[in-house]
Design a protein around this ligand. Structure first.
Ligand SMILES: Cc1cc2nc3c(=O)[nH]c(=O)nc-3n(C[C@H](O)[C@H](O)[C@H](O)COP(=O)(O)OP(=O)(O)OC[C@H]3O[C@@H](n4cnc5c(N)ncnc54)[C@H](O)[C@@H]3O)c2cc1C
Length: 496
């Protein structure tokens, strides 16, 4: 813990990637910044911790795979590579095993992916061709500031790309989603990506996530940082501290009275959490809007220690940085519908990663970490270990024999290590077309808490979940303009 001043320019509550992005943007603008973090360690959803499961083996407790951190304008300006963060891009971005030893393999190379998909290869290539060509414009649009600069981002994308994206959303986000495919491998492979949106399938919001993440798989790739996600947090912290910022851990903010005096406050919290902290001091209509953000279905986490690689029936699956498990497109649509309806599926969607595939340093003494989470109903109290191991075993017979130990965190306990993830709602609110257009509420300024100088800077606000730092960046720029009269861009580059 570092001694902090009793008054300061800006207080940031929460040290997740958005909180740190906000804090270092403000610190680089010359402000005095204090970050208050409830947990004993900083980083929120971007922490790599020793969970005591095996000596020296460390685990990504939340995020592990980072296409958004490579692609986001904030991180491109911040330049992780220049700061020594080695984002290793696997040859296979993601894989999707099916029964009978078959699997869909999404290589970083579009051509290679299409070649492996046989009869559906051309349809796959056609689906992604325009968005691959226009990916920087697409990312600027998807991660853009919803109130300022949207017009410029739309104009930059241009009518042709926008029409191509709209046509693909209409196709993949509706019951027409099967029309371009003949076999079941390519649709299953796509649905694994759409499933990242945690919700009903098909839907426009899932199709949007699929198009963005699927495009990044064939452009920047789906990288895994050497040493784990904590390397990203360490780079953010080092920059913040180099610019005079202070982080105080074990410092939960429960009420506005817990806050030191400051000219501005930015909250890396959930929307209802922010409303609770300010209570009656927040205008009633804003408080009502933030309090009624509906939670989405949940994630339940499993951290594994493995004695060797997963014995996938199709060995190519073992070259993937990320593996999606849940069977065919129809099976996954059914299991996601179960999670939405509050039923525990017998065949839940599971995401798995073995970071040792890209980073041999993760293996210690012959033991390696395994990262997995399952989609379950909101607040589900069931230990997810058996459902995750069973799902992997289905496509990798003998998997149980390489499991040395496993720690399950039920959805109902996800908030124990990050109070934003109440009931396992890791997206901080249901993802709908409406909420992805602007969240947590429709307003001229969605980052404003309705109190002068108070802003929401977490993934509860637009552009939403993921390790991209964009909410923090946008909210900090808003605070700089409103409270400090600073409108010039803040340079994020590493000083020589
Ligand atoms: C299991 C899991 C897997 C994921 N996988 C990926 C992935 O592979 N790739 C990816 O891009 N994203 C992934 N995500 C999502 C990603 O982690 C989040 O979207 C991202 O971390 C959000 O960043 P944030 O800064 O908005 O909030 P968070 O990272 O959640 O950080 C919020 C911080 O604020 C603190 N806080 C909250 N309230 C208070 C308070 N009142 N007082 C003090 N401190 C407070 C919390 O303790 C926390 O440290 C995953 C998430 C989970 C849970």
């Amino acid at each position: 813990m570092v001694n902090a001043p009793s008054t300061t320019d800006a207080v940031v509550v929460g040290s997740g990637p958005n909180g740190l992005a906000a804090a270092l943007t403000l610190a680089r603008a010359g402000l005095e910044v204090l970050v208050l973090e409830a947990e004993p360690t900083p980083g929120g959803g971007a922490r790599t911790l020793d969970l005591g499961l095996a000596p020296g083996v460390v685990h990504d407790v939340c995020s592990a795979v980072h296409p958004l951190a490579l692609a986001s304008p904030f991180f491109r300006a911040f330049d992780l590579a220049a700061r020594g963060v080695d984002m290793v891009v696997p040859e296979v971005s993601y894989a999707h095993p099916l029964d009978g030893g078959r699997a869909g393999i999404a290589y970083a190379s579009l051509e290679r992916t299409a070649a492996g998909l046989g009869v559906d290869g051309a349809a796959w290539a056609d689906l992604f061709a325009p968005t691959i060509e226009g990916w920087p414009e697409l990312i600027d649009l998807a991660l853009g500031d919803r109130t300022h600069g949207m017009g410029a981002a739309l104009a930059k994308a241009g009518p042709r790309l926008l029409a191509q994206v709209a046509a693909r959303l209409l196709e993949q986000g509706t019951p027409a989603w099967g029309r371009r495919f003949q076999d079941e491998v390519a649709p299953a492979l796509l649905t694994g990506v759409a499933g990242h949106a945690i919700g009903r399938l098909p839907s426009p919001v899932a199709a949007g996530g699929m198009l963005m993440l699927g495009t990044l798989a064939h452009t920047v790739g789906w990288p895994i940082p050497v040493g784990g996600t904590g390397a990203i947090t360490a780079a953010l912290l080092a920059d913040l501290e180099a610019h005079g910022g202070t982080v105080r851990c074990d410092a939960p903010v429960r009420h506005w009275r817990d806050l030191p005096r400051a000219r501005s406050y930015l909250f890396d919290t959930s929307a209802p959490g922010l409303a609770r902290i300010w209570g009656d001091r927040m205008p009633a209509r804003v408080r009502a809007a933030l309090s009624r953000v509906r939670p989405g279905p949940a994630a339940a986490k499993v951290d594994l220690v493995l004695s060797g690689p997963v014995p996938w029936s199709d060995p190519d699956v073992g070259r993937a940085g990320t593996v999606h498990l849940g069977g065919t497109r129809a099976e996954m649509a059914a299991s996601e519908a179960d999670a939405v309806a509050g039923r525990l599926s017998p065949n839940p969607f599971v995401l798995f990663s073995d970071p040792t595939v890209t980073d041999p340093s993760r293996e210690v003494g012959g033991l390696r970490p395994g990262w997995a989470y399952a989609h379950v109903p909101h607040d589900c109290p069931v230990d997810p270990v058996e459902m995750v191991i069973g799902q992997i075993e289905r496509y990798a017979p003998g998997f149980r024999d390489v499991v040395v130990t496993a720690l399950g965190t039920p959805a109902s306990e996800m908030a124990n290590h990050n109070q934003n993830y109440v009931g396992g709602d890791i997206a901080l609110g249901e993802l709908t077309t409406f909420s992805m257009a602007q969240r947590p509420r429709w307003a001229l300024d969605p980052y404003s808490a309705g109190i002068p100088g108070v802003y929401l800077c977490s993934s509860a606000a637009s552009p939403g979940p993921g390790v991209h730092g964009m909410v923090g960046w946008w909210a900090a720029r808003r605070a700089l303009a409103d409270r400090f009269g600073r409108t010039e861009p803040v340079d994020l580059a590493l000083s020589p």
